[in-house]
Ligand binder design. Structure first.
Ligand code: ADP
Ligand code: MG
Length: 384
């Protein structure tokens, strides 16, 4: 067998979809661009977003006002169409459907919850919940009211079923909207700021209903401004100016500014390695740092000099770097780097996101905060 070369990572940019989204996602957004025509000219609200959502996930989408959250949600619901890119839900290519097939497909497969409820004001709560079943001709007409009543009961509103939306509170209207979203028992719920217009107590109760639905197997995508609610979902996507911040970057460096996170997102390039291969040591050669995104790699001294762990201060013979671990040249003194090797364990695969040394050094020279943040997050610290 050939000796593995020291710098044989295979660079693959731009990242293909199946690398960003392994397995079988329920919802796939591939390279979505959305351009709006405005009097001031064209405006790109989404600049090539690739994302996926898996069955049974509860995912939050966060970002400043105007970052493109609603535009993104509207791509999945088909309320709006991408300028380019692909939206696929299971086997349906949403962006290719015409309006009438779209509204039937949507009515059966998606429950949509909006910030301002959007109940029909002249219909009772019960009638509002029956409406989607009538529209999509789901369930026998004789069973629809009973089903709607069951859903109102689930959200705690059965006593109010014959009231008009104006006769109940905002929180109750939103609970009704959730019941309506569930009318046709869709597998997916898309909610755009569902708690944005509610006080914290009613927000909590709507969030509680979502949590229960996820436990029952629904897939929920919730756009929100509320960071504390977002933290309680399974996964958070962070949008900044129409672009998604790399999830690992957002997770590893939550204290960086959005602009810095986005810069790292752009500069980190995926590289794959196979069992037995050696990775370049950050600072030695062209690589400045890497973030493990999949698999594992062992950092170990080639001479008998132990490594100290940054987190525990422990002295180790070797350190196993796992997904989410970050290693930069700042964590490895020059004199020590030469004594270490980074090797992928036999029989396994590794993917890292790595950044070039000169690029990283220049960027860090511009800001002491960046330097400190990136150094502090090092999985090990073998610098003097
Ligand atoms: P968010 O939901 O994150 O607050 P949006 O997705 O609503 O943001 O909007 C993203 C950007 O796109 C904003 O700058 C907004 O002004 C712009 N935008 C959204 N819809 C339209 C439209 N129909 N025409 C022109 N610009 C739009
Ligand atoms: Mg919005």
């Amino acid at each position: 067998m050939a000796t593995p070369s020291r710098y044989s990572g295979i660079s693959a940019a731009p990242q293909p979809f199946n690398q960003v989204c392994p397995g079988e996602p329920l919802i796939r957004l591939e390279n979505i661009v959305k351009t709006f025509k405005t009097p001031a000219g064209e405006f790109q609200a989404l600049k090539g977003v690739t994302a996926c959502f898996y069955r049974g996930e509860f995912v939050s989408v966060v970002g400043k006002s105007g970052s493109g959250k609603s535009t993104l949600a509207n791509m999945i619901t088909g309320i709006d169409h991408p300028t380019s890119g692909i939206v696929r839900v299971e086997d349906t290519l949403i962006h290719t459907l015409d309006e009438s097939s779209m509204s039937i497909w949507r009515g059966r497969n998606l429950g949509i919850v909006f910030q301002f409820f959007q109940l029909l004001p002249m219909l009772s709560l019960l009638e509002n919940v029956v409406l989607p079943m009538d529209f999509c001709n789901m369930y026998h007409p004789d069973q629809r009211e009973e089903r709607a009543m069951g859903l109102l009961q689930m959200v705690g509103l059965e006593e109010f079923s014959d009231k008009l939306p104006t006769e109940i509170s905002g929180g109750q209207q939103q609970s009704t909207a959730v019941a309506r979203a569930l009318a046709n028992d869709p597998p997916i719920i898309i909610a755009d700021e569902p708690t944005g217009n509610l006080d914290s107590r009613t927000a909590e109760s709507v969030f509680g209903i979502f949590t229960t639905l996820v436990q029952q197997g629904k897939t929920i995508i919730m756009v929100t401004h509320d960071a504390s609610l977002a933290r309680r979902t399974g996964r958070t996507l962070l949008l900044s100016d129409g672009e998604l911040i790399n999830e690992r970057v957002a997770h590893t460096f939550p204290d960086l500014s959005l602009k810095d996170m986005l810069w790292l997102t752009h500069q980190l390039k995926p590289q794959q390695f196979t069992g037995g291969q050696l990775l370049p040591i950050p600072g030695e050669g062209h690589t400045g740092a890497f973030l493990v995104s999949d698999g594992e790699v062992l950092l170990r001294p080639v001479q008998k000099q132990p490594i100290s762990s940054a987190s525990s201060g422990q002295v180790l013979d070797q350190r196993r770097l796992l997904p989410g671990d970050w290693l930069s040249y700042l964590n490895l003194a020059d004199s020590r780097a030469a004594d270490m090797e980074l090797r992928v364990p036999d029989g396994s695969l590794l993917e890292v996101l790595s950044i070039e040394l000169p690029l990283l050094q220049h960027w860090l020279s511009e800001s002491e905060t960046r330097r400190q943040t990136l150094q502090a997050k090092g999985a090990i610290n073998a610098a003097p």
